[in-house]
Design a protein around this ligand. Structure first.
Ligand SMILES: [Zn+2]
Length: 324
């Protein structure tokens, strides 16, 4: 029973790794193409929701197997089975971590749908009316904030705006402050995201540099070994204990490598090359995410600037009216 769970977990792991690769490709493709389509927000959201469901499904299935695996008990002298179980558990945890990272990527794309917060829109001043509640104040005392007061409070009010009451003036200030706080938080969040993206790219670049130099060293080693007489390349047989030998018989533990030193170097080089390729894909994805996050912040800045220009236009218009 215990043994069959180990076997199932081993077989499933390959299938799950395959599902993970497919998922990564799908996400990369969506990241790359969706921003170039004319799909509406809702349609894009649908694509991300589909991918989110797909990811959750894989995670759920992986966790199910992991749970079974963690429940398996072996007696103390079944060392090989223990090792195999621990290795599998580690690999399952790693896979779940990778899948959760992909889930995060999807959730971040879904988040993009949120409206961009801009400074409080300035409406045109109607002379003789409360700027907040629009009732006529032609005959009443208008409440105003002088420029110095606005500067001290950190509140901007369009030139010529007046309020019917202290309450309306305070309400306007409150609304302004809230909006400003939200806007600043959004700006901070965007900037932090971009910084994190850049950090991620820096780390991946480091991994690529490291892998590349390791591959170069192996290539050097390969050339050296190729020049040696064949007898030098043969591996000495390993000293293997009873349980390990038994495990080998059952096909659970790795047999002592029958590979020559040269073959081993080549094998390792091949493995590192595959890792390098995968890391390259990760880098590509991170670059796309950075580009999308930067686009969002640029759009936010553009809207802010546009708002500022409109505000200027409003006050210029006011001046014209006063000058007439
Ligand atoms: Zn009012």
């Amino acid at each position: 029973m215990n043994y069959s769970i180990i076997q199932l977990a081993r077989e499933q792991l390959n299938a799950f790794e395959n599902d993970y690769q497919v998922l990564v490709k799908k996400i990369n493709l969506s990241l790359f193409t969706l921003s170039k389509t004319n799909l509406s927000m809702e349609e894009k959201e649908k694509v991300w929701n589909g991918l989110l469901e797909y990811t959750k499904n894989i995670i759920r299935r992986v966790e199910e197997i992991l749970e079974k695996l963690e429940g398996v008990r072996f007696s103390l002298n079944e060392v090989v089975l223990h090792e195999e179980k621990d290795n599998l558990i580690q690999e399952y945890h790693l896979l779940i971590k990778k899948l959760r990272e992909e889930k995060e990527t999807i959730l971040r794309q879904k988040e993009k749908k949120k409206i961009i917060i801009t400074p409080l829109r300035q409406k045109a001043v109607k002379t003789g009316y409360c700027y907040f509640c629009d009732i006529s104040i032609a005959t009443d005392f208008p409440y105003k904030l002088k420029m110095e007061e606005q500067n001290t409070l950190g509140i901007e009010i369009v030139e010529g705006a007046a309020f019917c009451s202290q309450e309306c003036l305070l309400n306007y200030c409150k609304e302004y402050k809230n909006r400003e706080k939200m806007r600043q938080e959004e700006e901070k969040k965007n900037k932090e995201k971009i910084a994190r993206d850049r950090q991620m790219i820096t780390e991946i670049q480091g991994q690529i540099a490291n892998l590349t130099s390791r591959i170069n060293r192996l290539e050097q080693r390969e050339r050296e070994l190729e020049l040696l007489p064949e007898s030098y390349q043969v591996e000495r047989p390993e000293n293997t204990g009873f349980w390990r030998r038994l495990g080998q018989k059952l096909g659970l533990a790795k047999k002592p490598s029958p590979l020559s030193r040269l073959e081993r170097v080549r094998k390792l080089k091949g493995e590192l090359s595959i890792q390098l390729e995968k890391t390259g894909e990760k880098l590509q994805k991170s670059l796309i995410i950075l580009s999308l996050d930067e686009q969002k912040e640029q759009e936010r800045k553009r809207l802010e600037k546009k708002n500022l220009l409109e505000k200027k236009k409003v006050s210029a218009h006011e001046k014209e009216l006063l000058d007439e």
